[in-house]
Design a protein around this ligand. Structure first.
Ligand SMILES: *Cc1c(COP(=O)(O)O)cnc(C)c1O
Length: 394
């Protein structure tokens, strides 16, 4: 008999009751160091006092009014995002998928409003993840995501990740845009590379294409910059943001230049919940913390400490790991055996990881994890590696 909850997830047998910073407390009372952070969502860890206060103060005043009315929190958070990024304007959503959906509609509408509706094609990269909507799975184009859900939304082409010659070859008179995760997350923590990102921007400019960046996982400080595109010194035309921007409250955003957004006039797009007062209160509090002097520098320092520790872990257990990759606090342990086995061993050792493609165990801690917590996490990761290496071959 089917379970009351639609059985689409393979869940670990843990149910957490409380969180405190980088720690999760299971109903048994067991404490776990959380290096998954709700899949790069809990940027400030669990139950951060400033976020709790922002949300509960707003909850006592007003939850929801819909976009029939002005929402001052949206104006404040949008202004904040416009001041700190390439963008001139922001559409708020409840999730990453919806931010991607807005981005896809926006680039198509841009060319439509220029009188070039035939320009609707979007070039994407293999191994990418852009959410589970019909547009998201069509963009990623992988059999794993899309099988059985056809006919898929037309207009998407995939090229090998990092292959700029393939991008050039895929451009046609119908191409509108390129969509890229600067660091693939679900795909197994794979940075596209700074030089390649610069070159991709050049290809878009030469061909009159818009560049959409999906920074849903790699943005909001995770790589040590507010957004990963900053490392390359380029700017996108459109960018999808989610995960860290809500710190656990469902919030996403589609950011754009004035030019790219020029087709999105009154009535072209909308959301009932998107940008509601609760989400805006939390988003503003997160942006304030990330903007604090030293916050991002501390992410880079913590990322360096963690990475060095992980290099040591790999050196001690070459039979378990191949390498560590990623940027800042967006790291991946490439496992030699099975990543699922290592993630399970991590749980037994009291440390939580998130599996990714290419046999990767993702290490995505809260951005404010302390040095002492990093050191404790490394001890537990070592214990998990010992357990895996002692286990009989499957
Ligand atoms: C998580 C993620 C999404 C989808 O976001 P949801 O909030 O799950 O809808 C899209 N793109 C990337 C890169 C992601 O990491």
């Amino acid at each position: 008999m089917i379970s009351p909850v639609l059985p689409t997830y393979a869940r670990a047998p843990l149910a957490f009751e409380r969180g405190e910073g980088s720690w999760l407390i299971e109903r048994s009372g067991e404490r776990y160091l959380d290096l998954a952070a709700g899949i790069a969502v809990c940027a400030l860890g669990h139950a951060h006092p400033k976020l709790v206060k922002a949300l509960s103060d707003q909850a006592a005043k007003l939850w929801h009014v819909s976009n029939l009315y002005e929402i001052p929190g949206q104006e404040a958070l949008a202004r904040r995002l416009v001041e700190t990024t390439f963008a001139d304007t922001v559409f708020f959503t409840n999730s990453g998928t919806e931010a991607i959906e807005c981005a896809v509609k926006m680039v198509r509408r841009y060319f439509y409003s220029l009188g070039q509706p035939e320009k609707s094609g979007i070039i994407a990269f293999q191994g990418s993840f852009h959410g589970r909507s019909s547009a998201g799975i069509a963009a990623a184009g992988s059999e794993k995501l899309a099988k059985g859900f056809g006919p898929l939304l037309p207009g998407f082409t995939q090229v090998p990740f990092g292959d700029l010659e393939a991008v050039r070859a895929a451009v046609t008179p119908e191409t509108a845009a390129v969509i890229l995760e600067p660091v693939q997350g679900e795909g197994g923590i794979k940075p596209f590379g700074v030089e390649k990102l610069k070159e991709l921007r050049r290809i878009c400019d030469e061909n009159g294409l818009l560049l959409i960046l999906d920074e849903i996982q790699c943005g909001m400080g995770r790589t040590g910059k507010l957004f990963a595109y900053e490392w390359a010194g380029i700017e996108p035309d459109v960018m999808a943001v989610a995960k860290g921007i809500g710190g656990g409250f469902p919030l996403g955003a589609c950011l754009a230049t004035e030019k790219a957004a020029s087709g999105m006039v009154v009535g072209t797009h909308g959301s009932t919940y998107g940008g509601n007062p609760l989400a805006m209160a939390v988003g503003l509090a997160i942006m304030e913390e990330l903007a604090a002097p030293e916050f991002l520098a501390q992410v880079s320092r913590a990322g360096g400490r963690l990475r060095q520790g992980l290099e040591g872990l790999i050196a001690s257990h070459p039979e378990v790991f191949v390498e560590v990759r990623g940027e800042g606090l967006m790291l991946g342990l490439v496992c030699r055996k099975s990543n699922a086995e290592y993630v399970t061993a991590g749980r037994a050792a009291g440390v939580l990881l998130a599996p990714g493609a290419e046999n990767v165990a993702r290490v995505l801690p809260p951005l404010n994890i302390s040095d002492a917590e990093i050191d404790e996490a490394l001890r537990r990761l070592d214990k998990a590696a010992l357990a895996v290496s002692a286990a009989p071959a499957a």
